[in-house]
Write a protein that binds this ligand. Structure first.
Ligand SMILES: C[S@@+](CC[C@H](N)C(=O)[O-])C[C@H]1O[C@@H](n2cnc3c(N)ncnc32)[C@H](O)[C@@H]1O
Length: 476
């Protein structure tokens, strides 16, 4: 989603990408060893399990300790060598981070794509010289020349590719030496439109779509006294292990997540079934929504237009190839960037007919876009709904949780996790009807998750379920 946001805001190329903050303040607020150790433990649980710690952070220097304990050693070289490599990665990463003055690190600090740094290990060469028989001290001191290179290139928003030396000491003896190559760049520079699609961006959008598929794969719900799953096999396949892992992480922060995503899927499906004479379905921001596969038998004459960024369309193609036996002729995949403002042209150029009864689903997307961007998109969807039976389905988070007026601890924990993924929620609507009217559409229905579950016979007084609603609208 961030590609969209960054494209409309990415205008400050002359500005420095480093912040004007003193070393002392930066140390205190962003990179001191206690804080960084805690954040790293949260994000990389194996570091916590091994009791790995950052002990010293200076400008261009980091020292860490991997204690000799039950979790970190046995008699096998591979086990110990692997942990030394793990320690090496984060020791060098910490040293690089110390130079990126004031910049939050994507995946570690609370941040958005607009202000964060992407830092990746590209390669590592470790020479193991002796067994480590005590606590392992890792040190990375970045040489002056490389320091200057990192700071000057990052400041201008350029890619940094730098190889750093590192050494590991145990009981006063050097037990390993390493060279690690890192890649660093302001996250938003990686997503600038018009630039060749970056590997990092590619990974990132796949991660968020897989996460949602992972949530669907976990979904198991109770209705009318029956417990059942909604076709978890497709969602599981789409999610893969990464999606399932991310889903678990986010569901731990917000235990209602599965129930909410499940409800939205069912509500969206109900809307599809309610469109008389349905002939076309548009999945705008399709991600890894498996509806075209799951609903093919129910809607044999319906064409599914699956619109998303080219990187996601490539991923959908990969997943679709694992699902043989489906009639692919009823699916039209369209690579489009909402940002380019040619959504309708792309649809029309691929055989879409606005006068046919159509359902457009914009699911799990509005919360990532600025209000103005959502408005443009909803208006253009409206232009494609000439048939009086056509309907648009959109989900909205309430504005008061986005702007912090309503404080619900588990929702905040969820937002924090999304921030860490670089997928911050930035938009909400307290009055969805007004918003939809402003987009030249007419609201047909608005239902909070709590109301929807109650309609199905599941009653709850959980306030979290009031913060998320599903809307159906039509052309005016
Ligand atoms: C959170 S996912 C939701 C996917 C799907 N609707 C679902 O519910 O499973 C958001 C989707 O929007 C897509 N997206 C983000 N920015 C976009 C853009 N500028 N143009 C088109 N699609 C975009 C992403 O690639 C991703 O697949």
């Amino acid at each position: 989603m961030s590609r969209f946001k960054s494209a409309i805001n990415c205008t400050d190329s002359a500005a420095s990408f480093l912040k004007d903050i003193s070393w002392e303040d930066d140390y205190c607020e962003r990179i001191n060893p206690e804080l960084m150790t805690r954040l790293m433990h949260q994000c990389v649980p194996v570091l916590k399990a091994s009791e790995w710690q950052i002990t010293v952070v200076e400008n261009g220097y980091a020292e860490t300790i991997l204690p000799l304990n039950q979790a970190t050693t046995n008699q096998h070289g591979t086990h110990q060598a692997a942990l030394i490599s793990l320690s090496a990665d984060y020791t060098g990463g910490m040293a690089v981070t110390s130079l990126l003055r004031g910049v939050p690190l994507a995946g570690i600090h609370k941040c958005s794509t607009e202000d964060s740094a992407s830092l990746w290990l590209v390669s590592m060469n470790v020479r193991y010289k002796a067994p480590s028989t005590g606590h392992l001290i890792g040190r990375c001191r970045i040489p002056d020349r490389e320091r200057e290179l990192i700071v000057s290139r990052y400041k201008q928003g350029n890619r940094v590719l730098v190889t750093l030396p590192m050494e590991f000491e145990s009981n006063g003896q050097i037990v390993a030496e390493a060279e690690l190559t890192y890649f660093a760049q302001p996250a938003k520079q990686l997503l600038e439109p018009g630039k060749k699609s970056s590997t990092l961006f590619n990974q990132k959008i796949k991660a968020s779509a897989r996460m949602i598929a992972g949530v669907r794969a976990r979904a198991s719900f109770s209705s009318n006294g029956r417990n059942y799953r909604v076709d978890p096999s497709h969602a599981q396949l789409a999610a893969g292990p990464q999606g399932e892992m991310l889903a678990e992480k986010l569901n731990r922060a917000l235990p209602q997540l599965v129930q909410m995503v499940e409800a939205r899927t069912r509500h969206g499906d109900q809307m599809l079934r309610s469109v008389r004479g349905l002939r076309q379905v548009v999945l705008a921001g399709a991600g890894l929504d498996m509806r075209p596969f799951q609903l093919q038998h129910d809607f044999p004459d319906v064409i599914f237009y699956e619109v998303d960024l080219p990187e996601m369309i490539a991923e959908r193609t990969r997943v679709a190839q694992m699902l043989p036996g489906f009639d692919q002729s009823k699916r039209v995949m369209i690579a489009a960037d909402f940002l380019e403002g040619n959504f309708n042209d792309k649809l029309l150029g691929n055989g879409f007919v606005p006068s046919l009864p159509t359902a457009i689903i914009f699911e799990g997307c509005s919360m990532y876009f600025e209000s103005a961007v959502n408005k443009c998109l909803l208006k253009s969807f409206g232009e494609m709904m000439e048939n009086p039976e056509s309907r648009l389905w959109v989900d909205f988070v309430s504005e008061s949780v986005i702007n912090g007026e309503t404080v619900i601890p588990e929702v905040q924990a969820f937002f924090r996790r999304m921030d860490e993924m670089g997928e911050s929620f930035i938009f909400g609507a307290n009055n969805a009807e007004e918003f939809v009217n402003d987009c030249e559409l007419a609201m047909v229905s608005e239902t909070t998750v709590r109301e929807f579950l109650a309609q199905e016979g599941t009653y709850s007084d959980d306030p979290v379920l009031d913060q998320y609603s599903f809307t159906v609208s039509r052309c005016r």
